[in-house]
Design a protein around this ligand. Sequence first.
Ligand code: SF4
Length: 274
Amino acid sequence: MASYHKGLFESPSVYDYYLLGVGDTMFDPVKRAMETARIVCRGDERRYSRFRPARFYGGIATADCVGCCLQCIFCWSYESVARPHQSGKFHSPREVARKLTGIASKKGFRQVRISGSEPTLAKEHLLQVLDLMPKELEFILETNGILIGYDDHYAEALARHENLYVRVSLKGTTAQEFSRLTGANPAGFTLQLQALENLMRAVVASHAAVMVSFSSVENIDALGKRLARIARELEEIEIEELVFFNPGVEKRLRKAGINYRTAYRPDSIPPEQI
Ligand code: SF4
C-alpha cells in the first residue's frame, strides 16, 4: 500500500479547518502535489474514479482521475480531492488508453481527456497514456498548471505529443483570490501563470480558462492584460463559472462566507461553456 502523510488527509480535512477558520491553513501546493502523488500513484499506475462519455467539447471520452494539489472551495469532485486514499482504483496507462479509445470509438467522439482532479500529479503515467493514444484523437489536458509551472521540463515533455491541447484553469484573477478559493498559498497563482509561459515557450497548443464567478470585471480585464504580456494569444481567456454539480458546494461557500457573482445549475450552463 502506498505510504502517505496521514495528517494531511485525516478527518477533519484541510477543507474542514478552512471552513472553521482554524489557524493558518494555507498549504504549499507543490508539497501537496508530492504528498498526493504518493497516494494516487503506484508504479506507473494511477487512481481513477470512473471512465465516461461527457457532453463537453461537443462530446468527449473522459477519465476522471483522483487527487489534486489544490482544494478549491467550489470543486465538484470534493471526495476524491479531500480523501484520495479512499477514492477510485489503480489503472495502468494501457488500461486508461484502452478505456478512453473504447468510449470514443463507441460514441463517435474525436476527443479524449483526463479530468476530475489533477492529471499532472502522475507525470510518467500521463506521458505514457499520451504515448499510447491514437494520433487521430485529440487529447485535452485539463490542468491547474501548478506542476507545469514548477517543473521546467514538464512542458517540454508534453510538447512531444502533437495531438495534445492543454487547458490551464486559473483559480481566480489574482494571487489573493487564488489563495482564498483554493486554500493554497498565494504563490501558487504565480505557478499557474508560469505554466502558461512554459507551455508557450515549448510551443504546446494551450489557453487559459479562468474561474471568474468570484472576480470583479476590473480584475478580469487586468488578468487579460497580464496574460497578453506573457503571449499575445493568451489574451483570449475562456470564461469558467461556478456550476453546482455537487450540492455540497453551496453549503461550503456559505460556511466560508464566500460570495459569488455568477453561478449555474447543471441544466442551465450557458451553451458556450459546454
Ligand atoms: S484544481 Fe480542479 S480538481 Fe483541483 S481542487 Fe480545484 S477544481 Fe478541484
